[in-house]
Write a protein that binds this ligand. Sequence first.
Ligand code: ADP
Ligand code: MG
Length: 680
Amino acid sequence: GGKRPDRRALESELEAEGVSVHFNPHASLSLAQQRRRLPIFDDRRALLFAIEKFATTVVVGHTGCGKTTQLPQYLHEAGWTDHAHLVACTQPRRLAATSVAARVALEMGCELGAEVGYAVRFDEVWDAARTRIKYMTDGMLTRELLSDPLLTRYSVVIVDEAHERSVHTDVLLGLLKRVQLRRPELRLVIASATVDAEAFRDFFERSAAAEEPSATIISLHGSGNHPVKWHFTQTAVPDYVRYAVETVLELHARRGGGDVLVFLTGQQEVEAAVAMLHDAHTPGKLLPLPLFSGLSTDAQLAVFESAPRGVRKVVVATNIAETSLTIEGIVYVVDCGFTKQRFFNPRSGVEALVVTPEPQASARQRAGRAGRTRPGEYYLLMPESSFHSLAADAVPEMQRCSLAAVLLQLKALGIDDVLRFEFMSPPPPENLACALEQLYALGAIDREGKLTPRLGERMCQLPLEPPLARALLAAEEHSCVAEMLGIAAMLSGQSAFRQMKPADLAVARAPFAVYEGDAITTLNVLRKYVRKSAAVSAQRCTGWCRKHLLNQKVLQRAVRVRAQLAAHLRRLGVKETRAEDAPSLGGTTGTDAIRRALAAGFFAQAATASAGAGRYRRVHGGGELRLHLNSVLYKAPPDCLIYHETVVSEHELILAATKIDIEWLAEVAPHFYEMRHAAT
Ligand code: ADP
Ligand code: MG
């Protein structure tokens, strides 16, 4: 069975065998000594000088040299912070923000949330009176601009992992440039793990009216990495998860000590590989550990601890470990050669997560993770010729994602002429046009492109993607706000069921499943959990979750998220109304209100059944979709549905969807469907 690796069990097992267990690799080095040994330490004075003198400093240094953990501390120590001024350090990923904040709190000898804190969506641990260094996602800082347009709370903003060019990073860079024009004393630091620093410098330099240059580049010293030997496969690899596992087992059997880092594309793959490694019979001991965003705090920490002597740690990660997080002691890297990326199709108006071959730049970064402490080895699971035909660099996310959320945010900040906004990499005009069309159809903007007061202005206040924000506000008209709050909380988190095979999932989900679809099924899960946790002891509630194969952490988080969203709605003056009839098995009208409200947000993602079981055609823009085995609708496919989530493999598969009536589409989005309407 797929038992989770249990550190403590392994520890006691080893101790019983008389193996000494020592978890701290640097037990002999104090944290202060460790800090001084980092490559960035030699450049400390040069960095502080540049940040003093230049409005913008671009800092380039290889992964692990200390940019993320040290820069904010140097600034804090040099007096850039006080009770009214913080240093912000932004990250594209939640997990990076939270785990780095924990590391820095440890280095500074303070409690997390005191001098050092973090802020990510739905989870903030910092203190208005005490916090001086705040790690946050770039999206959170962008959101802060709504209430503090000049970011007066901050003396320095460090935009970290800028090379990754996430869409939120790019939006933030454009906005910071505008802030700097009006607040020249604000210091910007752009930190990047790759050498293409000029683009960042030039972007910020052009804004300077003065004759003196206002932006500079600092390349950090330090020896860089140790050499890494590359290995390719002879032929293309059909099943890279299994092949990656086999590669790990083989090198574990034949090669000397040193930990292993495996790159896969997503949580499901990571969990599958960890389970396979866990079940494998190996001569020496292996400690497989997962690493992906959304992992519990304990599981994150386990990844950074060094393995007990005589045990080889195998960290199986998504590309979070590419540059965001440094794990010491890695000597072998096994790379599936793929990454999951967002792609937007302006013709259908749909964005999908697609597993695509990684660019060469990513392969080099991943290879570099093997040479941190000594010469390492890199196993890329593709033939050498395939590597040479990969794209050199990734296309910035801004140019391949849906822009509806971005444009809504810019409009909320008073930037009406979004076509003239200075993006570092301007997105394709058809993507911008499509986003404007969607926002118009959602009722968020009017014909002039201005935010509408009733919907647009309120949607911006909600920390949700535009369709979900719209559905939540539509719930007010349909008197089902309480229900939609639960759905929004569940849809913006991970799946509540523990990862498992479709057949097992169907059994586990049966007590909650309704034929109206996945959103309402997930609402049933949350409601039953809330009822259970109020009625029985904590211990019995945990037992109940285990019995139903539910992930209690995910449910607890959903409860917190729901409370936060409810608070947002109270501030907007929305009452928490309830649909009259609770959703129930077999009831036909009980969930109409909820489904209509959902349709008001997700109408652009509507599909109707076409020939063949479980096959669908998009109502807007065409294109074929199929129901995923894991959707509750798979057993009884409705004539018409709206989908909330898809994955792309050989086909585009609908993971979560809700049954609707096709007539509702014209009601909730007359402009969007008017062409079709006229034709029928
Ligand atoms: P960069 O941002 O330049 O990639 P970091 O500041 O993230 O580098 O990391 C600097 C060093 O701090 C790493 O080499 C690693 O040794 C150490 N480090 C970072 N996070 C942790 C952690 N959670 N546990 C132990 N060591 C860590
Ligand atoms: Mg970093």
